[in-house]
Unconditional design. Structure first.
Length: 327
């Protein structure tokens, strides 16, 4: 018979995202409110293996809701991908008396959780924490809104100089293999276009832009490019324009890790708080192998298998909006 739920472990793993701390706070406080113990695991799955685990009280999560990054540190653990590594992790969890885990992270984190929970029949609930917004089954992920706002601020600034010099800028944003940051970043900052991996293989997006004379009535142009081999990246596209259309005065900005930092927006803090609360409630309810999600402003529970396996589709309406508004 399974042990009654007494102690919950919490960790963050993979790329950090703004709002992770708000989620850690919500998990810790909801668990304590319900009479459970909380143990914090440092450095993600790596810390499970190296046994970097300490008890958390409500004070441990004071004054963190407004901080970006993760107070628990994070890592991408190669050892946890091995059978031997996961065995040590399980033994440490047993020794520490942890009965269930809440893991906060992206695709890789949930994949690790799924493998581990199946191997050891161990209850795990995931919270989608990634700026990429690439998890199926949730409208948005913790950190995405903050990253979008960071992109918007940066593009607003670049536009000032782009307009002054009448230049074409390619601005590369993160997202791994997903175009959500590029597409919505472009709409939010009034950019002329977004080049995203989801449609990069279907059409030559650059060719389309040039053909449609995307610069004809403007004194500057800004194109957001999702980092990805499929799009060719901002550098690749700029090189091509320089070669094929030498009249354009082209510049490139790669926003990089600035997109991962900063104090979380209100939206991200609220999302993380709701998801942290829901994750603990789900464990108390006997649920496992699920991720908390949000759909139409309602918290939902999505099986790991769905969240990981399915590709989250791009909303075609957004592409159309961007296209129309950039005439
Ligand atoms: O998944 C979050 C993310 O920021 C991606 O957008 C990006 O491709 C990747 O992590 C960068 O990872 P790292 O910080 O390890 O270079």
């Amino acid at each position: 018979m399974e042990r009654k739920l007494k102690c919950i472990g919490v960790l963050t793993s993979g790329g950090d995202s703004p709002g992770m701390n708000a989620a850690i706070r919500a998990v810790t406080r909801t668990a304590i409110y319900n009479g459970l113990e909380v143990k914090a695991v440092y450095r993600g799955y790596r810390g499970l293996i190296t046994n970097e685990i300490i008890p958390f009280k409500t004070q441990n999560v004071s004054n963190i809701i407004q901080q970006g990054g993760t107070i628990l540190k994070t890592a991408r653990s190669q050892d946890f991908m091995t059978v031997e590594g996961r065995k040590i992790a399980f033994e440490n969890l047993k020794r520490e008396g942890i009965d269930a885990l809440v893991v906060i992270g992206g695709d890789g984190t949930l994949t690790g959780a799924r493998v581990f929970s199946e191997e050891y029949n161990f209850p795990i609930v995931g919270i989608p924490g990634t700026i990429d917004n690439d998890l199926y089954g949730t409208d948005t992920t913790v950190g995405y809104d903050t990253a979008l706002n960071t992109i918007m601020d940066a593009v607003d600034k670049i536009r000032d100089t782009a307009t002054s010099h009448e230049r074409l800028f390619f601005i590369e944003v993160m997202g791994r293999d997903a175009g959500f940051l590029a597409l919505n970043g472009a709409i939010a900052s009034g950019a002329e276009a977004a080049i995203i991996p989801e449609i990069a293989t279907e059409v030559d997006q650059l060719e389309e832009l040039i053909k449609n004379g995307f610069r004809k009535s403007k004194n500057s142009s800004i194109v957001l490019v999702a980092e990805s081999e499929t799009t060719g990246g901002a550098m690749g596209l700029a090189d091509r324009v320089q070669r094929e259309y030498p009249l354009y005065d082209v510049r490139v900005t790669i926003l990089g890790h600035i997109q991962r930092g900063g104090s979380p927006t209100a939206n991200d803090r609220i999302l993380a708080s709701r998801m942290g609360h829901a994750a603990v409630d789900a464990l108390i309810d006997g649920q496992r192998n699920i991720m908390t999600g949000i759909q139409n402003d309602q918290i939902v529970l999505v099986p790991f298998s769905k969240a990981i396996k399915n590709d989250k589709p791009i909303n075609q309406e957004l592409l159309e909006t961007l296209r129309i508004l950039s005439i």
